[in-house]
Design a protein around this ligand. Structure first.
Ligand code: NA7
Length: 532
Protein backbone atom coordinates (compact mmCIF):
# COMPACT_ATOMS: atom_id res chain seq x y z
CA UNK A 1 0.00 0.00 0.00
CA UNK A 2 1.39 3.33 -1.03
CA UNK A 3 -1.07 5.35 1.01
CA UNK A 4 -2.90 5.39 4.32
CA UNK A 5 -5.32 2.52 4.59
CA UNK A 6 -8.69 3.73 5.79
CA UNK A 7 -10.34 1.84 8.65
CA UNK A 8 -13.62 3.41 7.69
CA UNK A 9 -14.95 3.59 4.16
CA UNK A 10 -18.09 3.64 2.05
CA UNK A 11 -17.81 0.10 0.78
CA UNK A 12 -16.06 -3.12 1.77
CA UNK A 13 -15.88 -5.81 -0.89
CA UNK A 14 -15.15 -9.40 0.05
CA UNK A 15 -13.46 -11.39 -2.70
CA UNK A 16 -11.07 -10.37 -5.46
CA UNK A 17 -12.35 -12.62 -8.20
CA UNK A 18 -14.53 -12.00 -11.22
CA UNK A 19 -17.24 -10.22 -9.19
CA UNK A 20 -15.11 -8.38 -6.67
CA UNK A 21 -12.76 -6.88 -9.25
CA UNK A 22 -15.61 -5.37 -11.19
CA UNK A 23 -17.32 -4.19 -8.00
CA UNK A 24 -14.10 -2.43 -7.02
CA UNK A 25 -13.82 -0.81 -10.46
CA UNK A 26 -17.42 0.36 -10.40
CA UNK A 27 -17.34 1.70 -6.82
CA UNK A 28 -14.23 3.71 -7.68
CA UNK A 29 -15.91 5.02 -10.82
CA UNK A 30 -18.72 6.27 -8.62
CA UNK A 31 -16.26 8.03 -6.34
CA UNK A 32 -16.81 5.82 -3.31
CA UNK A 33 -14.06 4.95 -0.86
CA UNK A 34 -13.52 1.24 -0.84
CA UNK A 35 -11.48 -1.65 0.57
CA UNK A 36 -11.36 -5.13 -0.87
CA UNK A 37 -10.24 -8.19 1.07
CA UNK A 38 -9.00 -11.26 -0.76
CA UNK A 39 -7.95 -14.57 0.79
CA UNK A 40 -5.53 -15.39 -2.03
CA UNK A 41 -2.19 -13.79 -2.72
CA UNK A 42 -3.36 -12.37 -6.01
CA UNK A 43 -6.54 -11.50 -7.86
CA UNK A 44 -8.63 -13.88 -9.96
CA UNK A 45 -10.65 -15.84 -7.40
CA UNK A 46 -11.55 -19.14 -9.04
CA UNK A 47 -8.89 -18.42 -11.65
CA UNK A 48 -6.31 -17.81 -8.98
CA UNK A 49 -7.03 -20.84 -6.80
CA UNK A 50 -7.76 -23.48 -9.44
CA UNK A 51 -4.32 -23.48 -11.02
CA UNK A 52 -4.27 -27.26 -11.49
CA UNK A 53 -3.00 -28.63 -14.80
CA UNK A 54 -5.79 -28.61 -17.38
CA UNK A 55 -7.87 -25.90 -15.67
CA UNK A 56 -9.73 -24.16 -18.43
CA UNK A 57 -12.92 -22.20 -18.92
CA UNK A 58 -15.86 -24.06 -20.48
CA UNK A 59 -17.44 -20.96 -22.06
CA UNK A 60 -15.62 -19.34 -25.02
CA UNK A 61 -13.08 -16.86 -23.66
CA UNK A 62 -14.33 -13.94 -25.71
CA UNK A 63 -17.68 -14.37 -23.96
CA UNK A 64 -16.24 -15.20 -20.55
CA UNK A 65 -14.67 -11.76 -20.18
CA UNK A 66 -15.79 -8.30 -19.15
CA UNK A 67 -17.93 -6.26 -21.52
CA UNK A 68 -17.96 -2.98 -19.58
CA UNK A 69 -15.21 -1.23 -21.50
CA UNK A 70 -15.11 -1.55 -25.31
CA UNK A 71 -11.43 -0.58 -25.24
CA UNK A 72 -10.55 -3.39 -22.87
CA UNK A 73 -12.53 -5.74 -25.05
CA UNK A 74 -10.75 -4.60 -28.19
CA UNK A 75 -7.24 -4.73 -26.78
CA UNK A 76 -7.27 -8.18 -25.21
CA UNK A 77 -6.17 -11.14 -27.29
CA UNK A 78 -7.37 -14.58 -26.13
CA UNK A 79 -5.03 -17.27 -27.43
CA UNK A 80 -7.55 -20.09 -27.50
CA UNK A 81 -11.28 -20.51 -27.83
CA UNK A 82 -11.37 -21.93 -24.29
CA UNK A 83 -8.34 -20.36 -22.69
CA UNK A 84 -6.45 -22.00 -19.87
CA UNK A 85 -6.24 -20.83 -16.26
CA UNK A 86 -2.90 -18.97 -16.59
CA UNK A 87 -4.40 -16.84 -19.38
CA UNK A 88 -7.50 -16.10 -17.33
CA UNK A 89 -5.46 -15.09 -14.35
CA UNK A 90 -3.30 -12.91 -16.57
CA UNK A 91 -6.45 -11.24 -17.84
CA UNK A 92 -7.82 -10.48 -14.37
CA UNK A 93 -4.41 -9.14 -13.29
CA UNK A 94 -4.39 -6.97 -16.38
CA UNK A 95 -7.83 -5.55 -15.59
CA UNK A 96 -6.80 -4.74 -12.02
CA UNK A 97 -3.63 -3.01 -13.15
CA UNK A 98 -5.17 -1.26 -16.15
CA UNK A 99 -7.67 0.52 -13.89
CA UNK A 100 -5.26 1.02 -10.97
CA UNK A 101 -7.27 -1.08 -8.56
CA UNK A 102 -4.53 -3.00 -6.81
CA UNK A 103 -3.89 -0.43 -4.11
CA UNK A 104 -7.38 -0.93 -2.67
CA UNK A 105 -6.90 -4.66 -2.22
CA UNK A 106 -5.62 -6.40 0.90
CA UNK A 107 -4.35 -9.87 -0.04
CA UNK A 108 -3.87 -13.02 2.03
CA UNK A 109 -6.69 -11.86 4.24
CA UNK A 110 -10.02 -13.43 4.96
CA UNK A 111 -13.02 -11.64 6.34
CA UNK A 112 -14.03 -13.74 9.33
CA UNK A 113 -16.94 -11.82 10.81
CA UNK A 114 -19.12 -8.86 10.07
CA UNK A 115 -21.85 -7.22 12.09
CA UNK A 116 -24.44 -4.57 11.26
CA UNK A 117 -24.63 -1.80 13.83
CA UNK A 118 -28.19 -0.49 13.96
CA UNK A 119 -27.22 2.64 15.88
CA UNK A 120 -24.94 3.87 13.11
CA UNK A 121 -26.24 1.86 10.14
CA UNK A 122 -22.73 0.67 9.44
CA UNK A 123 -21.15 -2.72 8.98
CA UNK A 124 -18.21 -3.69 11.19
CA UNK A 125 -15.87 -6.04 9.40
CA UNK A 126 -13.18 -8.21 10.99
CA UNK A 127 -10.40 -10.06 9.25
CA UNK A 128 -8.11 -12.92 10.16
CA UNK A 129 -5.30 -10.40 9.99
CA UNK A 130 -6.82 -8.69 13.02
CA UNK A 131 -8.05 -5.67 11.09
CA UNK A 132 -11.31 -3.98 11.98
CA UNK A 133 -12.93 -1.85 9.31
CA UNK A 134 -16.33 -0.25 9.18
CA UNK A 135 -18.32 0.65 6.12
CA UNK A 136 -21.73 1.70 4.97
CA UNK A 137 -22.16 -0.97 2.29
CA UNK A 138 -20.93 -4.52 2.23
CA UNK A 139 -20.54 -6.34 -1.08
CA UNK A 140 -20.02 -10.08 -0.87
CA UNK A 141 -18.39 -11.44 -3.99
CA UNK A 142 -17.10 -14.62 -2.44
CA UNK A 143 -17.94 -16.86 -5.39
CA UNK A 144 -20.39 -19.73 -5.68
CA UNK A 145 -17.68 -22.36 -6.16
CA UNK A 146 -14.90 -21.34 -3.80
CA UNK A 147 -15.27 -23.37 -0.62
CA UNK A 148 -13.58 -26.73 -1.29
CA UNK A 149 -15.02 -29.90 0.21
CA UNK A 150 -13.24 -33.13 1.02
CA UNK A 151 -14.71 -36.61 1.33
CA UNK A 152 -15.71 -37.58 4.83
CA UNK A 153 -13.44 -40.56 5.00
CA UNK A 154 -11.32 -41.95 7.81
CA UNK A 155 -7.63 -41.27 7.79
CA UNK A 156 -7.62 -38.24 5.55
CA UNK A 157 -5.04 -36.53 7.76
CA UNK A 158 -2.94 -39.65 8.14
CA UNK A 159 -1.67 -39.74 4.55
CA UNK A 160 2.12 -39.26 4.41
CA UNK A 161 2.30 -38.36 0.74
CA UNK A 162 1.12 -35.13 -0.84
CA UNK A 163 -2.61 -34.46 -0.92
CA UNK A 164 -4.28 -31.45 -2.40
CA UNK A 165 -7.69 -30.19 -3.40
CA UNK A 166 -7.81 -28.88 -6.95
CA UNK A 167 -9.42 -25.69 -5.65
CA UNK A 168 -6.36 -25.02 -3.49
CA UNK A 169 -3.74 -25.75 -6.11
CA UNK A 170 -2.40 -22.19 -5.87
CA UNK A 171 -1.01 -23.09 -2.46
CA UNK A 172 1.46 -25.32 -4.21
CA UNK A 173 0.49 -28.05 -6.62
CA UNK A 174 2.61 -31.21 -6.52
CA UNK A 175 4.98 -32.31 -9.23
CA UNK A 176 3.54 -35.67 -10.28
CA UNK A 177 6.32 -36.69 -12.67
CA UNK A 178 6.96 -40.38 -12.19
CA UNK A 179 4.57 -40.52 -9.23
CA UNK A 180 1.60 -42.71 -8.45
CA UNK A 181 -1.42 -40.43 -8.30
CA UNK A 182 -5.03 -40.91 -7.25
CA UNK A 183 -7.60 -38.41 -8.46
CA UNK A 184 -10.89 -38.54 -6.59
CA UNK A 185 -13.86 -37.08 -8.45
CA UNK A 186 -15.19 -37.09 -11.98
CA UNK A 187 -16.90 -33.70 -12.23
CA UNK A 188 -15.79 -30.88 -14.52
CA UNK A 189 -12.56 -30.61 -12.55
CA UNK A 190 -11.73 -34.32 -12.42
CA UNK A 191 -12.37 -34.55 -16.16
CA UNK A 192 -9.97 -31.67 -16.78
CA UNK A 193 -7.15 -32.50 -14.40
CA UNK A 194 -6.86 -36.26 -14.91
CA UNK A 195 -5.79 -36.32 -18.57
CA UNK A 196 -3.07 -33.76 -17.83
CA UNK A 197 -1.76 -35.56 -14.75
CA UNK A 198 -1.84 -38.88 -16.61
CA UNK A 199 0.70 -37.49 -19.07
CA UNK A 200 3.21 -36.93 -16.27
CA UNK A 201 2.41 -39.53 -13.65
CA UNK A 202 3.78 -43.03 -13.60
CA UNK A 203 0.32 -44.28 -12.75
CA UNK A 204 -3.01 -42.54 -12.42
CA UNK A 205 -5.95 -44.00 -10.53
CA UNK A 206 -9.19 -42.24 -11.23
CA UNK A 207 -11.58 -42.79 -8.36
CA UNK A 208 -15.15 -42.59 -9.61
CA UNK A 209 -18.32 -42.48 -7.54
CA UNK A 210 -20.67 -41.58 -10.39
CA UNK A 211 -19.77 -41.88 -14.09
CA UNK A 212 -19.91 -38.49 -15.75
CA UNK A 213 -21.24 -37.23 -19.03
CA UNK A 214 -18.65 -35.23 -20.83
CA UNK A 215 -18.54 -33.62 -24.25
CA UNK A 216 -15.39 -32.50 -26.04
CA UNK A 217 -14.57 -28.82 -25.99
CA UNK A 218 -13.00 -29.04 -29.46
CA UNK A 219 -10.74 -26.34 -28.14
CA UNK A 220 -8.38 -24.69 -30.59
CA UNK A 221 -6.19 -21.64 -30.94
CA UNK A 222 -8.14 -18.55 -31.97
CA UNK A 223 -6.76 -17.59 -35.35
CA UNK A 224 -6.11 -13.96 -36.22
CA UNK A 225 -9.09 -14.03 -38.56
CA UNK A 226 -11.42 -15.39 -35.92
CA UNK A 227 -10.10 -12.95 -33.38
CA UNK A 228 -10.70 -10.05 -35.79
CA UNK A 229 -14.20 -11.28 -36.50
CA UNK A 230 -14.98 -11.36 -32.78
CA UNK A 231 -13.66 -7.81 -32.36
CA UNK A 232 -15.70 -6.54 -35.28
CA UNK A 233 -18.88 -8.15 -34.00
CA UNK A 234 -18.48 -7.88 -30.26
CA UNK A 235 -21.69 -5.97 -29.59
CA UNK A 236 -23.71 -8.42 -31.61
CA UNK A 237 -22.04 -11.38 -29.86
CA UNK A 238 -22.90 -9.94 -26.45
CA UNK A 239 -26.42 -9.01 -27.47
CA UNK A 240 -27.09 -12.46 -28.82
CA UNK A 241 -25.84 -14.13 -25.63
CA UNK A 242 -28.09 -11.88 -23.55
CA UNK A 243 -31.13 -13.49 -25.12
CA UNK A 244 -29.99 -16.93 -24.08
CA UNK A 245 -31.22 -18.49 -20.84
CA UNK A 246 -27.63 -18.85 -19.62
CA UNK A 247 -26.20 -15.79 -21.34
CA UNK A 248 -24.24 -18.00 -23.72
CA UNK A 249 -23.76 -17.48 -27.43
CA UNK A 250 -24.90 -20.96 -28.33
CA UNK A 251 -27.39 -21.96 -30.99
CA UNK A 252 -30.53 -23.08 -29.25
CA UNK A 253 -32.95 -25.27 -31.12
CA UNK A 254 -36.51 -25.20 -29.81
CA UNK A 255 -37.66 -28.42 -31.47
CA UNK A 256 -38.42 -31.50 -29.43
CA UNK A 257 -35.90 -34.31 -29.59
CA UNK A 258 -38.89 -36.62 -29.82
CA UNK A 259 -40.32 -35.05 -32.97
CA UNK A 260 -37.53 -36.22 -35.24
CA UNK A 261 -36.51 -39.72 -36.23
CA UNK A 262 -33.54 -41.41 -34.62
CA UNK A 263 -31.30 -40.92 -37.63
CA UNK A 264 -31.94 -37.17 -37.84
CA UNK A 265 -31.49 -36.85 -34.10
CA UNK A 266 -28.12 -38.56 -34.15
CA UNK A 267 -26.98 -36.42 -37.07
CA UNK A 268 -27.88 -33.31 -35.06
CA UNK A 269 -26.10 -34.61 -31.95
CA UNK A 270 -23.09 -35.47 -34.09
CA UNK A 271 -22.94 -31.90 -35.42
CA UNK A 272 -23.12 -30.54 -31.88
CA UNK A 273 -20.45 -32.97 -30.71
CA UNK A 274 -18.18 -31.76 -33.50
CA UNK A 275 -18.90 -28.13 -32.58
CA UNK A 276 -17.94 -28.94 -29.00
CA UNK A 277 -18.86 -27.39 -25.67
CA UNK A 278 -22.04 -26.73 -23.75
CA UNK A 279 -24.07 -26.20 -26.92
CA UNK A 280 -24.48 -29.97 -27.02
CA UNK A 281 -27.48 -29.94 -24.71
CA UNK A 282 -29.08 -27.09 -26.67
CA UNK A 283 -29.49 -29.44 -29.63
CA UNK A 284 -33.18 -29.71 -28.78
CA UNK A 285 -35.54 -27.59 -26.76
CA UNK A 286 -36.71 -30.25 -24.34
CA UNK A 287 -33.51 -31.86 -23.11
CA UNK A 288 -33.81 -30.00 -19.80
CA UNK A 289 -37.52 -30.52 -19.42
CA UNK A 290 -38.32 -34.02 -20.64
CA UNK A 291 -36.71 -37.11 -19.16
CA UNK A 292 -37.48 -39.00 -22.35
CA UNK A 293 -35.94 -36.40 -24.62
CA UNK A 294 -32.96 -36.16 -22.32
CA UNK A 295 -32.48 -39.89 -22.66
CA UNK A 296 -31.79 -39.55 -26.38
CA UNK A 297 -28.86 -37.19 -25.77
CA UNK A 298 -27.62 -39.40 -22.94
CA UNK A 299 -27.70 -42.43 -25.21
CA UNK A 300 -25.73 -40.60 -27.88
CA UNK A 301 -22.97 -39.80 -25.40
CA UNK A 302 -22.93 -43.37 -24.13
CA UNK A 303 -22.39 -44.55 -27.72
CA UNK A 304 -19.53 -42.07 -28.05
CA UNK A 305 -17.91 -43.38 -24.87
CA UNK A 306 -18.12 -46.90 -26.31
CA UNK A 307 -16.43 -45.74 -29.50
CA UNK A 308 -13.66 -43.83 -27.75
CA UNK A 309 -12.76 -46.23 -24.96
CA UNK A 310 -11.14 -49.28 -26.50
CA UNK A 311 -11.52 -51.68 -23.58
CA UNK A 312 -15.25 -52.38 -23.63
CA UNK A 313 -15.23 -53.76 -20.09
CA UNK A 314 -13.78 -50.46 -18.92
CA UNK A 315 -16.29 -48.57 -21.06
CA UNK A 316 -19.08 -50.38 -19.14
CA UNK A 317 -17.79 -48.87 -15.91
CA UNK A 318 -17.70 -45.40 -17.46
CA UNK A 319 -21.31 -45.52 -18.66
CA UNK A 320 -23.37 -42.79 -17.03
CA UNK A 321 -26.97 -43.77 -16.36
CA UNK A 322 -28.23 -40.49 -14.92
CA UNK A 323 -29.82 -37.55 -16.73
CA UNK A 324 -27.43 -35.65 -18.93
CA UNK A 325 -26.90 -32.01 -17.95
CA UNK A 326 -28.88 -32.22 -14.72
CA UNK A 327 -25.51 -32.19 -13.03
CA UNK A 328 -23.33 -29.68 -14.87
CA UNK A 329 -22.16 -31.22 -18.12
CA UNK A 330 -18.39 -31.71 -18.23
CA UNK A 331 -16.52 -30.21 -21.15
CA UNK A 332 -13.26 -32.02 -21.66
CA UNK A 333 -10.06 -32.18 -23.61
CA UNK A 334 -9.51 -35.89 -23.96
CA UNK A 335 -11.17 -37.30 -20.85
CA UNK A 336 -12.48 -40.56 -22.27
CA UNK A 337 -9.43 -40.89 -24.55
CA UNK A 338 -7.28 -40.89 -21.41
CA UNK A 339 -8.61 -44.33 -20.48
CA UNK A 340 -6.79 -45.79 -23.48
CA UNK A 341 -3.47 -45.04 -21.80
CA UNK A 342 -1.90 -48.00 -20.10
CA UNK A 343 -0.92 -46.00 -17.01
CA UNK A 344 -4.53 -45.09 -16.18
CA UNK A 345 -6.77 -47.24 -14.04
CA UNK A 346 -10.37 -46.63 -13.10
CA UNK A 347 -11.38 -47.33 -9.52
CA UNK A 348 -15.14 -47.73 -9.48
CA UNK A 349 -16.43 -47.07 -5.98
CA UNK A 350 -19.70 -48.80 -6.78
CA UNK A 351 -17.93 -52.12 -6.62
CA UNK A 352 -14.77 -51.34 -4.72
CA UNK A 353 -15.49 -48.88 -1.97
CA UNK A 354 -12.98 -46.64 -0.26
CA UNK A 355 -12.72 -47.72 3.37
CA UNK A 356 -10.09 -45.29 4.56
CA UNK A 357 -7.02 -43.35 3.64
CA UNK A 358 -3.84 -44.84 5.04
CA UNK A 359 -0.33 -43.45 5.44
CA UNK A 360 0.56 -44.81 2.03
CA UNK A 361 -2.59 -44.65 -0.06
CA UNK A 362 -6.19 -45.71 -0.38
CA UNK A 363 -7.50 -48.72 1.48
CA UNK A 364 -10.22 -50.16 -0.70
CA UNK A 365 -12.55 -53.08 -0.06
CA UNK A 366 -10.41 -55.06 -2.45
CA UNK A 367 -7.07 -54.11 -0.97
CA UNK A 368 -4.75 -51.16 -0.71
CA UNK A 369 -3.76 -48.89 -3.57
CA UNK A 370 -0.40 -47.33 -2.74
CA UNK A 371 -0.04 -43.78 -4.05
CA UNK A 372 2.32 -40.82 -3.63
CA UNK A 373 -0.22 -38.11 -4.37
CA UNK A 374 -3.95 -37.76 -3.73
CA UNK A 375 -5.80 -35.12 -5.71
CA UNK A 376 -9.21 -34.23 -4.37
CA UNK A 377 -11.33 -33.09 -7.31
CA UNK A 378 -14.32 -33.40 -5.03
CA UNK A 379 -15.95 -30.06 -5.60
CA UNK A 380 -17.25 -27.26 -3.44
CA UNK A 381 -19.78 -26.35 -0.82
CA UNK A 382 -21.40 -24.41 -3.61
CA UNK A 383 -23.48 -21.23 -3.68
CA UNK A 384 -23.63 -20.66 0.09
CA UNK A 385 -20.41 -22.25 1.42
CA UNK A 386 -18.12 -19.24 1.23
CA UNK A 387 -20.82 -16.83 2.44
CA UNK A 388 -21.72 -18.87 5.50
CA UNK A 389 -18.09 -19.40 6.43
CA UNK A 390 -18.16 -15.75 7.49
CA UNK A 391 -20.01 -15.02 10.73
CA UNK A 392 -22.47 -12.49 9.32
CA UNK A 393 -24.84 -10.75 11.74
CA UNK A 394 -27.62 -8.47 10.54
CA UNK A 395 -30.43 -6.70 12.30
CA UNK A 396 -31.04 -7.80 15.93
CA UNK A 397 -27.89 -9.89 15.79
CA UNK A 398 -29.58 -12.28 13.33
CA UNK A 399 -26.97 -14.63 11.89
CA UNK A 400 -27.03 -15.44 8.20
CA UNK A 401 -26.34 -19.08 9.07
CA UNK A 402 -29.59 -19.15 11.08
CA UNK A 403 -31.54 -17.14 8.54
CA UNK A 404 -30.53 -19.58 5.81
CA UNK A 405 -30.72 -22.76 7.90
CA UNK A 406 -33.32 -24.21 5.50
CA UNK A 407 -31.50 -22.90 2.44
CA UNK A 408 -30.74 -19.40 1.21
CA UNK A 409 -33.45 -16.90 0.39
CA UNK A 410 -32.82 -13.66 -1.42
CA UNK A 411 -34.61 -11.07 -3.45
CA UNK A 412 -33.11 -10.97 -6.97
CA UNK A 413 -30.08 -12.84 -5.66
CA UNK A 414 -28.81 -9.45 -4.50
CA UNK A 415 -30.28 -8.71 -1.08
CA UNK A 416 -31.60 -10.75 1.82
CA UNK A 417 -34.11 -9.78 4.52
CA UNK A 418 -32.62 -8.81 7.88
CA UNK A 419 -29.29 -7.74 6.38
CA UNK A 420 -29.46 -4.08 5.39
CA UNK A 421 -26.92 -2.58 2.99
CA UNK A 422 -25.51 -6.01 2.24
CA UNK A 423 -25.26 -6.86 -1.45
CA UNK A 424 -24.46 -10.17 -3.10
CA UNK A 425 -22.72 -10.64 -6.43
CA UNK A 426 -23.35 -13.96 -8.20
CA UNK A 427 -25.32 -14.91 -5.12
CA UNK A 428 -27.97 -17.53 -4.38
CA UNK A 429 -31.14 -16.80 -6.32
CA UNK A 430 -29.24 -15.30 -9.25
CA UNK A 431 -28.39 -17.37 -12.34
CA UNK A 432 -24.90 -17.99 -10.91
CA UNK A 433 -23.68 -21.47 -11.68
CA UNK A 434 -25.93 -21.76 -14.71
CA UNK A 435 -24.89 -18.64 -16.59
CA UNK A 436 -21.81 -16.77 -17.75
CA UNK A 437 -20.68 -15.44 -14.39
CA UNK A 438 -18.52 -12.61 -15.74
CA UNK A 439 -21.42 -10.80 -17.35
CA UNK A 440 -23.71 -11.73 -14.47
CA UNK A 441 -21.24 -10.06 -12.12
CA UNK A 442 -21.34 -6.96 -14.29
CA UNK A 443 -25.13 -6.88 -14.27
CA UNK A 444 -25.25 -7.38 -10.49
CA UNK A 445 -22.62 -4.76 -9.78
CA UNK A 446 -24.13 -2.17 -12.14
CA UNK A 447 -27.42 -2.68 -10.37
CA UNK A 448 -25.80 -2.26 -6.95
CA UNK A 449 -23.89 0.88 -8.01
CA UNK A 450 -27.08 2.43 -9.41
CA UNK A 451 -28.92 1.49 -6.24
CA UNK A 452 -26.32 3.21 -4.06
CA UNK A 453 -26.55 6.32 -6.25
CA UNK A 454 -30.34 6.21 -5.93
CA UNK A 455 -30.04 6.00 -2.14
CA UNK A 456 -27.79 9.06 -2.11
CA UNK A 457 -30.31 11.01 -4.16
CA UNK A 458 -33.26 9.83 -2.08
CA UNK A 459 -31.44 10.38 1.20
CA UNK A 460 -31.97 6.75 2.18
CA UNK A 461 -29.75 5.34 4.91
CA UNK A 462 -30.54 1.70 4.44
CA UNK A 463 -31.95 -0.73 1.92
CA UNK A 464 -33.11 -4.19 2.81
CA UNK A 465 -34.92 -6.97 0.98
CA UNK A 466 -38.58 -7.32 1.84
CA UNK A 467 -39.47 -10.75 3.22
CA UNK A 468 -42.56 -11.06 1.04
CA UNK A 469 -40.63 -10.28 -2.15
CA UNK A 470 -38.01 -12.77 -1.10
CA UNK A 471 -40.59 -15.52 -0.55
CA UNK A 472 -42.11 -14.84 -3.94
CA UNK A 473 -38.68 -15.07 -5.52
CA UNK A 474 -38.06 -18.41 -3.80
CA UNK A 475 -41.39 -19.69 -5.12
CA UNK A 476 -40.52 -18.61 -8.64
CA UNK A 477 -37.14 -20.37 -8.45
CA UNK A 478 -38.79 -23.56 -7.24
CA UNK A 479 -41.47 -23.34 -9.91
CA UNK A 480 -38.85 -23.01 -12.65
CA UNK A 481 -36.70 -25.76 -11.20
CA UNK A 482 -39.62 -28.15 -10.91
CA UNK A 483 -40.46 -27.68 -14.56
CA UNK A 484 -36.94 -28.90 -15.34
CA UNK A 485 -34.82 -31.99 -14.80
CA UNK A 486 -32.32 -30.23 -12.52
CA UNK A 487 -33.85 -31.27 -9.18
CA UNK A 488 -33.65 -34.90 -10.25
CA UNK A 489 -29.86 -35.11 -10.01
CA UNK A 490 -27.60 -35.26 -6.98
CA UNK A 491 -25.50 -32.23 -7.79
CA UNK A 492 -24.08 -29.14 -6.16
CA UNK A 493 -26.95 -27.25 -7.79
CA UNK A 494 -29.23 -28.76 -5.15
CA UNK A 495 -26.63 -29.07 -2.39
CA UNK A 496 -26.62 -32.87 -2.65
CA UNK A 497 -22.81 -33.01 -2.64
CA UNK A 498 -22.59 -31.76 0.93
CA UNK A 499 -23.93 -34.18 3.54
CA UNK A 500 -26.61 -32.53 5.68
CA UNK A 501 -27.11 -29.50 3.43
CA UNK A 502 -30.78 -28.68 2.79
CA UNK A 503 -31.72 -29.97 -0.64
CA UNK A 504 -32.97 -27.05 -2.66
CA UNK A 505 -32.47 -25.64 -6.12
CA UNK A 506 -31.71 -21.96 -5.56
CA UNK A 507 -30.49 -20.68 -8.92
CA UNK A 508 -32.48 -18.65 -11.42
CA UNK A 509 -32.79 -20.55 -14.66
CA UNK A 510 -33.63 -17.79 -17.10
CA UNK A 511 -31.16 -14.96 -17.57
CA UNK A 512 -33.40 -12.63 -19.62
CA UNK A 513 -36.25 -13.03 -17.13
CA UNK A 514 -33.81 -12.50 -14.26
CA UNK A 515 -32.39 -9.34 -15.72
CA UNK A 516 -35.85 -7.99 -16.47
CA UNK A 517 -36.89 -8.52 -12.85
CA UNK A 518 -33.77 -6.67 -11.66
CA UNK A 519 -34.40 -3.79 -14.05
CA UNK A 520 -38.09 -3.58 -13.18
CA UNK A 521 -37.35 -3.38 -9.48
CA UNK A 522 -34.81 -0.58 -10.04
CA UNK A 523 -37.17 1.29 -12.31
CA UNK A 524 -39.93 1.13 -9.72
CA UNK A 525 -37.68 2.76 -7.12
CA UNK A 526 -36.27 -0.58 -5.94
CA UNK A 527 -39.49 -2.45 -5.42
CA UNK A 528 -39.18 -5.51 -3.22
CA UNK A 529 -36.72 -3.60 -1.03
CA UNK A 530 -37.43 -1.42 1.98
CA UNK A 531 -35.61 1.89 1.86
CA UNK A 532 -35.30 3.91 5.03
P1 NA7 B 1 -18.35 -31.37 -8.84
O1 NA7 B 1 -19.00 -31.15 -10.13
O2 NA7 B 1 -19.15 -31.20 -7.61
O3 NA7 B 1 -17.72 -32.83 -8.88
C1 NA7 B 1 -17.15 -33.40 -7.75
C2 NA7 B 1 -16.80 -34.84 -8.03
O4 NA7 B 1 -16.25 -35.40 -6.86
C3 NA7 B 1 -18.00 -35.68 -8.41
O5 NA7 B 1 -17.63 -36.63 -9.36
C4 NA7 B 1 -18.33 -36.36 -7.09
O6 NA7 B 1 -19.00 -37.59 -7.22
C5 NA7 B 1 -16.96 -36.57 -6.52
N1 NA7 B 1 -17.01 -36.72 -5.08
C6 NA7 B 1 -17.42 -35.81 -4.18
N2 NA7 B 1 -17.34 -36.32 -2.95
C7 NA7 B 1 -16.87 -37.57 -3.08
C8 NA7 B 1 -16.60 -38.61 -2.17
N3 NA7 B 1 -16.80 -38.45 -0.87
N4 NA7 B 1 -16.13 -39.77 -2.66
C9 NA7 B 1 -15.96 -39.92 -3.98
N5 NA7 B 1 -16.21 -38.99 -4.90
C10 NA7 B 1 -16.67 -37.82 -4.44
O7 NA7 B 1 -17.08 -30.42 -8.66
P2 NA7 B 1 -16.06 -29.92 -9.77
O8 NA7 B 1 -14.96 -29.23 -9.07
O9 NA7 B 1 -15.69 -31.01 -10.68
O10 NA7 B 1 -16.87 -28.88 -10.61
C11 NA7 B 1 -17.52 -27.80 -9.98
C12 NA7 B 1 -17.99 -26.80 -11.00
O11 NA7 B 1 -16.88 -26.01 -11.46
C13 NA7 B 1 -18.55 -27.37 -12.26
O12 NA7 B 1 -19.86 -27.77 -12.15
C14 NA7 B 1 -18.39 -26.23 -13.25
O13 NA7 B 1 -19.44 -25.31 -13.09
C15 NA7 B 1 -17.10 -25.61 -12.81
P3 NA7 B 1 -20.61 -37.64 -7.49
O14 NA7 B 1 -20.78 -37.28 -8.93
O15 NA7 B 1 -21.21 -36.61 -6.57
O16 NA7 B 1 -20.99 -39.02 -7.15
Amino acid sequence: HGRDIPQSCDVVIVGGGVGGIYALYQMRQRGLSVRLFEAGSDVGGTWYWNSYPGARVDIPSYEYSYSFDPELQQEWRWPEKYSAQPELQKYFRHVVDRYDLREYITFDTRVTATRFDEATNRWHVETDGGEKVDCRFLILATGPLSEPIFPRVEGIDRFKGVSIHTGQWAQGGPDVKGKRVAVIGTGSTGAQVSPELAKEAEKLYLVQRTPAYSVPSQNRPLSDDEHREVLENYDAIRARARKNRSNLGIDVCDDSALDVDAETRDRIYEERWEMGGLGFTAAFGDLYTSVEANGTAAEFVRKKIRQIVMDQGLADHLMPDTLIGAKRLCVDNGYFQMFNRNNVELVDLRENNLIEITEGGLLMERGEIPVDVIVFATGFDAITGALLKIDIRGRDGLSLREAWADGPETWLGIGTAGFPNLFLVNGPGSPAGLANMVVLAEDNVNWIADCIAHMERAGAETIEADKAAQSEWAERLTEMAEASIYPLANSWYVGANVPGKPRKFVSHMDYPEYLKACQQSAKAGYSGFLLK
